[in-house]
Design a protein. Structure first.
Length: 148
């Protein structure tokens, strides 16, 4: 096989592998990342992710969805509908959507790398888990049921 054909084969294999990885990981909630500056023998800070923001008073009684979106993000619109539906069905759940482009300080502080990213906060506003990509309604409801 010529070297050009090998390049094409390798490119196709890498593209398929990347697509499979994204299909398996997008929209799934995982345990939150280790907080910067917190060692094993320390507790995470007891402050809300939303402290000092216009949304600090919009925490749900049980759970808050914080969705980071951008203007031209198609999966963000689907995520907005799903999270709004789940929040409307449960009085203890709140949904806050934040425009990532307009709030870069919060994006950097929370380690958001792409949209949509959804953080699930507990009643005190601490991050419990996050999903990068558009989650399904089933995944969202199972995740908040597991949180309690």
């Amino acid at each position: 096989m010529s070297s050009g054909a090998w390049v094409v084969v390798v490119a196709v294999v890498l593209a398929v592998a990347f697509g499979a990885y994204r299909a398996l990981t997008d929209g799934h909630f995982r345990g939150t990342h280790k907080l910067r500056g917190v060692t094993e023998d320390q507790e995470a800070p007891a402050t809300s992710v939303l402290d000092g923001t216009p949304w600090a008073d919009q925490l749900g009684e049980r759970v808050t969805f914080v969705q980071f979106s951008s203007a031209f993000c198609a999966p963000c619109r689907a995520t907005r509908r799903i999270l709004a539906d789940v929040a409307a069905a449960d009085e203890g759940v709140s949904h806050v959507e934040i425009d990532a482009e307009q709030h870069l300080d919060l994006v950097r502080r929370t380690g958001i790398t792409r949209t949509p990213t959804t953080l699930i906060l507990d009643a005190s506003g601490r991050e419990v888990t996050r999903a990068v990509g558009a989650p399904t309604k089933d995944i969202v409801t199972r995740t908040i049921s597991a949180i309690g």
